[in-house]
Write a protein that binds this ligand. Sequence first.
Ligand code: ADP
Ligand code: MG
Length: 553
Amino acid sequence: MSKREFQTEVSQLLQLIIHSLYSHPEIFLRELISNSSDALDKLRHLTLVDEAYKSLPFDPRIDLELDEEKKTLTISDTGIGMSEEDLVSHLGTIARSGTKNFLSQLSGDARKDSNLIGQFGVGFYSAFMVADKVEVVSRKAGEDQAWRWISDGKTGFDIEPAERAVAGTTILLHFNEEGAQYANSWRLQEIVKKYSNHIAFPIFLTYDKSEWDAEKKESIKTRVTEQVNAASAMWRRSKSELKDEDYKELYKSLTGGGEDPLFWFHTRAEGSLEYTTLFYIPAKAPLDLYQADYQTGVKLYVKRVFIMDDSKELLPQYLRFVRGIIDSEDLPLNVSREILQQNKVLASIKTASVKKILSELKSISTSDPEKYQKFVAEYNRPLKEGLYSDYANRETLLELVRFKSTKAEGMTSLADAKSRMKPDQKSLYYITGGTEAILRTSPLLEIYKKKDIEVLILDDDIDEIVFSGIDKYDEIDLKAVNKSSAGDDLKDEAEPEKAETLKPLLEKLKSTLGDNVKDVRASTRLADSPSCIVSDEDEPSARMRQMMRAMGQ
Ligand code: ADP
Ligand code: MG
């Protein structure tokens, strides 16, 4: 047996892991399973492309074996395996220079900051969070000799020849006090399902299952081996292989509900960035849609390994109703929340995903208007939030939102309203600032009715804020009928004389109302009612001022 010392950085890293990461020690299993999955991927690749490996048997699987009494767990795979040299260099040094530099800069209190640790792969060494002794037996594919690597995670490791029937790696963990909680089959199944359910290879757990023996009237233990993960990573298969039922099934397993989604968009990007996205639109809007502490519904995976499902960074807030998966090949497994916020890879995936979702919605709006109406009934309002917050996609969003109108049944699009414009109509008009009933009977609409001009009824509470920032749709001015300039469009010729006759009345009203109004003017916008209140062009209306305050602006 030969004794080796860890590279200084490894000792530092181990200290950091053991003393900083205790909040989530369960991730040790995710890391070890993902290493096994990588090793299986590597061997599969070689058996496909390399003559020397083509004849080797490849029976990919990952086995977990639990001994509850001894408090040990083995994680075995039939992957590429490691030679003696590999064991020394992969499990005794830190190859990545970035990590080395990072560690050398860490000092004192900074080391205790567990956020920092997410900046480099914890990987294999995370085993030492839960084990006081780790044994690795590995045989490299194509070699006959296997090797055993043993360490207590303190100063170094021992290495010696060993036996292994086939190529692959077995990691034996002797759980420490902290790790004892994982010597439990339920707990292990739960962790595997949580993080590794969609690893492409089957993961089996062998353990002593307690079952009730009806004849003997006692619980007996049987050693069983059961597959724990779904092993599908269904989203990684090509669209042509998948049936609607597959998509619906995954949706139900993601959301834990029984309802079918309204629709889904499955995209695979290859090129400078490699990722897969599968987004679902739920048939009914999530109940917490309008709560500040809403739950996000998009899960982030890295190479089929589950990373997190509660990051508000994955999609913009206005698309918070979307459910589904982002699976990236380019992010590190241990990407932290803090890193996600400024990560360029994720930013590109996010931008492309938003574009994709919006363009798919747009094509549904023309190809299946009936289904699109169902979508609008649930999600028109969040899309309007997007008009306010997502400047880059405003054009598309304007085509996606729908409006009530004085001229159309149900909901109408701006495109349709535009197509109904009168030959001499200068702008598209809308009214905001109240309930549908109040708006529909507003005196402000009289002149439009008289002239047979359509007015869109914007009765959502955010409409005023959102649309006051949008002056055009497809080259046409959008105007609020309660703003002074909308009236200018409708001016008729007789006005100057009329204003002259009304002058004394206007003066009188102005002095009576005093500071309560900015001005009193003669108007052509009314047909039957004697007067109405409008806002100056550049001034936020009273209601809007209220809303802005509520939104903290
Ligand atoms: P990473 O996976 O990010 O490279 P790890 O600390 O998890 O970092 O693993 C270090 C290296 O050890 C891996 O890159 C791999 O070469 C090797 N290794 C770890 N586990 C296995 C395994 N089960 N089979 C083969 N090689 C492995
Ligand atoms: Mg790893």
